[in-house]
Design a protein around this ligand. Structure first.
Ligand code: C5P
Length: 334
């Protein structure tokens, strides 16, 4: 069972003050982009204790873990076997029970009353790690969809979204993809009208930036705001299908704190603007920088210019909006 799930870019990320629970109230407009992680979930051959349904679950020994999972990671930023770690070494991605995809599998098993399942998760990363593009969240969303299908759990879209929100603020979005407005800590989504196709270029950076660290830096400079900046300008621009209007409306309140932590990001943004980007901003909490191109041709020129600048570890192009988590291969008929 293979599911692919998209990365995201925040077209608008308005951040309010820190709440009592430690999160920040946000108003965010999210767009899924055509960079994907692919997750293949399989039952290891000869695994004893295949997934059991709710009836048998009660007979299973109390304390049996719902899921025992092994994890394998390859792709974007992956260290070659035996070789030196790449710049955004996926060793930062845990392969144990802390992995968001493993935690997602566990939540599906619990919701479906499954016990004693054994699974192998093979993750092919096309989304840069710790880059502000919600790669870990995409993996979790893919695991929710894949395990639900593998075990025939039949969980509703609403249930999957609720499980997703328990895993992280950014996990519900890659389930649906497209373009959405996110409220609360970003997890309360509603679809947004978006006309046309947008061409994005992403400049990847060496190393990640920690989301909590960027939020802490945001908090350090108290600008006296009491509410997140509203997303009206971006929402209006999205209906025009005009990338120039969208580019002019992009907002990211985490950009200034991300640049304070990583001043080189300011140079990357300037380089993209120098190559005619209609909009340039740090993606989410960074360190990836996102650039909006006029069209596909301009996207290719912009990508070449950023590559030649030597300021980015790698450059990727993507179109948006992209679809949400999608099953790309079904299990063989039983
Ligand atoms: O929800 P998630 O676990 O992805 O969030 C990671 C961290 O980012 C949180 O622990 C918090 O420090 C920060 N965060 C925040 N406000 C949000 C979303 C995330 O402060 N709306």
């Amino acid at each position: 069972m293979t599911v692919r799930a998209p990365a995201k870019v925040n077209l608008h990320l308005g951040v309010g003050p820190r709440r009592a629970d430690g999160y920040h109230e946000v108003i965010t407009a999210l767009q899924a982009v055509s960079l994907y992680d692919e997750l293949t979930v399989s039952t290891p051959p000869g695994a004893p204790g295949e997934a059991r349904g709710p009836e048998e679950a009660s007979a299973a020994a109390e304390g049996t873990p719902a899921v025992a999972a092994t994890v394998e990671i390859a792709g974007e930023g992956t260290a070659a076997p035996g070789g030196a770690g790449a710049a955004d070494d996926v060793s930062v991605v845990p392969t144990d029970a802390d992995n968001l995809a493993v935690r997602a599998a566990l939540l599906v098993a619990e919701a479906a009353g499954i016990r004693g399942a054994r699974i192998h998760l093979a993750l092919a990363k096309g989304i840069p790690v710790a880059a502000g593009m919600a790669g870990g969240s995409a993996d979790a969303a893919a695991a929710l969809v894949a395990c639900d299908a593998l075990w025939g759990a039949g969980l509703s879209a609403g249930t999957l979204a609720r499980l997703a929100a328990r895993l992280g603020s950014d996990v519900p979005f890659p389930l649906t993809g497209g373009t959405a407005l996110g409220l609360g800590r970003g997890e309360r989504l509603s679809p947004v009208a978006s006309a046309g196709e947008y061409h994005w270029v992403f400049a990847l950076a060496d190393g990640g930036l920690s989301t909590p660290a960027v939020y802490r830096e945001f908090d350090r400079i108290d600008d006296g705001r009491t509410e997140p900046t509203p997303a009206d300008a971006v929402l209006a621009a999205l209906t025009t299908a005009d990338p120039a209007q969208l580019g002019a409306a992009l907002v990211n309140d985490l950009q200034a704190p991300a640049i304070r932590l990583r001043p080189a990001l300011g140079d990357v943004l300037a380089a993209g603007r120098g190559h005619g980007a209609l909009g340039a901003l740090v993606s989410g909490s960074g360190p990836t920088c996102a650039f909006l191109a006029r069209d596909a041709e301009h996207g290719a020129l912009l990508a070449a210019g950023l590559e030649a600048s030597g300021l980015a570890r790698a450059v990727r192009r993507a179109t948006a909006p992209a679809a949400g988590a999608t099953i790309v291969t079904a299990p063989p008929p039983s």
